[in-house]
Design a protein around this ligand. Structure first.
Ligand SMILES: Nc1ncnc2c1ncn2[C@@H]1O[C@H](COP(=O)(O)OP(=O)(O)OP(=O)(O)O)[C@@H](O)[C@H]1O
Ligand SMILES: [Mg+2]
Length: 620
């Protein structure tokens, strides 16, 4: 189907070790929770699995040795038994109390660390990684901490610490019992490990199949309008069915391997170990302890051999949590390239002149787009950037914002090289309306106020009015409190642009950078919005990208970009007179001949006429 796969490869050792460092760091940071969280359940298990049976063994030994079975004679044992079980339960409750806090606080901190790391990434990173995949990775990085800690607590510390205790007790009866038990456990572990590895390969295939299902689900859902428009529901559903079937097949295969191969090996080993323990206890007599030793050996062996069945679980759960955490940490191994300088310069002046000096830049893996590009925009000047699609207009805007770093040359604002400024300071100088303005799934008000969170209601309202947002906002059921839908889907393209313009107006920055900011507006709304923009441009430096040439025809200067080169520069009239690339574009757009163009342009030009300018006075 050629659909993008949400497939994530297993990370290598480096990312997994880094993830372990983060998780270990949390355990150390929260050590006052870690110690009781891990030890209490282990002590509880000692009580339940080893001390309580030991008391029962002593009781049986006591009766067998003729100590009698009257209430008075067995009472101390029974009370001891009850006391130990109660204490063990209490230890478990205490342990879980601390474990809950350890999990919750660790996850909270990892959520914060994860997002902080992502906020520190540069724009290129987000172009190279899907948002859906990043979301899954950053959330799993935090949430899998719970699985990691729980497995350590319940299966590793909770099994092996009691086993240690059991070994000490067994030793006191008969050292051979300990040697036999530990040898059998180690032997089983050795036999099972290659099988577990093999199973892991099946688990990976299963996970990939599940990822293919989720990738297709996300892709279909995101493109549901296209699916409907092409009547492709059945085709998409069939693809989904086939992916789900594949996932079922691989899931069953991995489960069956666990059940049929691993556990069929572990089960006889465990039986053999138990039988051996019983024989040892009976034949060696437990150093004269008789019946008591038999009972102890039987129960201890039964408990200890349960660990054999857990190897698989422990390995699988630790591996799967570390794999998922590693899928996030591998993103951290490549450092972002756009960084704040070590000692950033303070903003020196409020001058807002922009200068590109000998700028060379290539998109990753592509031919250089700009080579030694020079462009100067004086403070307060209004420049129109025009030219064919793919000419580099958007890229130029993004370089000015330092979304990506240039390869050579300098970009200066107010005489300061932008790479010497803090990114936040630089971007604070610029109000940017991107070509495809994105909306947050928040209210209309929040979307506008995003430009300046401290703006008052009146300021937000004024910006909204200037960008003609109020016109449609007031007609909405919830007005400014309307949620705009994911990525703003509940707004029309033109409405989204107006919200983005309101943001720029509210931002109140000395440089305006508009990339096709009014392209989706109908001519009538454009006239209205542009008036507001002229007011906004008053006293500011403006770089305005537009395909509709009438939008920028009255700017101070027009710059024509073609394949990364400035091919022409001048005012509208100068460029028409030059009869070059711009004149040709103009001719296409005005649909007539060059000679007619200026005359035809008149009505359109008023769109961008500053208030009080000759052309606006000429308006009827
Ligand atoms: N992230 C990117 N990675 C690689 N190449 C890119 C990237 N973004 C843009 N390009 C390429 O750079 C060139 C200039 O693109 P840019 O978006 O700057 O053009 P534009 O002048 O804004 O075009 P339009 O008028 O269609 O918006 C194009 O050839 C484009 O394919
Ligand atoms: Mg563009």
């Amino acid at each position: 189907m050629g659909l993008p796969e949400a497939r994530e490869d297993s990370p290598g050792r480096g990312p997994v070790l880094l993830a372990l460092r983060y998780y270990g760091g949390e355990l150390v940071r929260l050590r006052w929770l870690t110690a009781p969280a891990m030890l209490s359940p282990a002590l509880g298990n000692i009580g339940i699995n080893y001390i309580a049976p030991l008391i029962v063994a002593k009781l049986v030994g006591h009766i067998a040795d003729g100590g009698g079975s009257t209430v008075a004679s067995v009472l101390p044992y029974v009370l001891g038994f009850a006391g130990v079980l109660l204490l063990a339960e209490a230890l478990w409750r205490v342990g879980l109390h601390f474990l809950n806090r350890l999990d919750a606080r660790g996850i909270e901190h990892l959520y914060v660390i994860g997002m902080d790391e992502l906020f520190a990434k540069d724009a290129t990173f987000f172009h190279d990684n899907f948002a859906g995949s990043l979301t899954k990775r950053v959330l799993s990085f935090a949430s899998r901490f719970e699985d990691f800690v729980d497995t350590l607590t319940f299966s590793v510390v909770g099994s092996f610490v009691p086993l240690l205790f059991g070994s000490v007790v067994l030793w006191s009866y008969e050292p051979l019992l300990v040697v036999g038990l530990l040898a059998m456990i180690a032997f089983t572990a050795g036999c099972v490990t290659p099988l577990i590895r093999r199973r892991q390969a099946l688990v990976n295939q299963r996970e990939e199949a599940i990822a293919r299902v989720s990738g297709h689900v996300a892709d279909s859902l995101m493109n549901m309008d296209t699916v409907r428009a092409f009547g492709a529901e059945e085709r998409e559903a069939a693809e989904h069915r086939s992916r789900v079937a594949e996932s079922r097949r691989l899931t069953l295969r991995s489960w069956d391997y666990g059940n049929l191969r691993i556990d069929t090996l572990v089960a006889p080993m465990s039986v053999l170990t138990n039988v051996m323990g019983l024989l040892l206890a009976v034949t060696l007599g437990g150093g004269g302890h008789g019946v008591e030793a038999v009972v102890v050996a039987f129960t201890y062996y039964t408990n200890a051999t349960r660990i054999m069945f857990e190897f698989n679980q422990i390995y699988r759960r630790l591996e799967s949590s570390m794999t998922e955490a590693g899928q996030f940490t591998e993103l951290l191994l490549t450092q972002p390239t756009v960084l704040d300088p070590a000692s950033p310069q303070p903003l020196l002046s409020t001058a807002a002149d922009v200068r590109f000096e000998q700028v060379t830049f290539a998109h990753a893996g592509a031919e250089p787009l700009f080579e030694r590009l020079d462009l100067e925009v004086g403070s307060g000047a209004k420049i129109g950037l025009v030219g064919r699609s793919g000419g580099g207009k958007t890229t130029l805007s993004r370089l000015l914002l330092r979304m990506t770093d240039i390869d050579a040359g300098r970009i200066l604002i107010g005489g300061q090289d932008i790479s010497t400024l803090r990114q936040a300071d630089l971007r604070g100088l610029i109000a940017y309306v991107p070509q495809d303005p994105a909306m947050f799934h928040r209210t209309l008000r929040d979307n506008i106020a995003f430009a300046r969170p401290d703006a008052t209601e009146a300021e937000i309202r004024r910006a909204a009015e200037a960008a003609h947002v109020t016109e449609f906002a007031d007609a909405l059921a919830d007005g400014f409190d309307t949620m705009v839908g994911e990525r703003g889907v509940k707004l029309s393209g033109g409405q989204r642009q107006r919200v983005a313009l309101a943001r720029a107006i509210l931002r109140d920055a000395p440089i305006l950078l508009l990339d096709e900011a009014t392209s989706a507006l109908d001519s009538e709304s454009e006239v209205l919005v542009q008036k507001a923009l002229w007011n906004l441009m008053e006293g500011r430096t403006a770089l305005v990208v537009a395909h509709r040439l009438s939008t920028v025809a009255t700017m101070d200067r027009l710059v024509v970009l073609d394949r990364g080169r400035i091919v022409e520069e001048g005012t509208h009239q100068q460029l028409l007179a030059a009869e070059g690339a711009y004149a040709k574009l103009w001719q296409h757009q005005s649909g007539g001949f060059l000679d007619d163009a200026p005359a035809r342009a008149e009505p359109d030009l008023t769109c961008w006429a500053p208030p009080g300018s000759p052309s606006s006075r000429r308006r009827p």
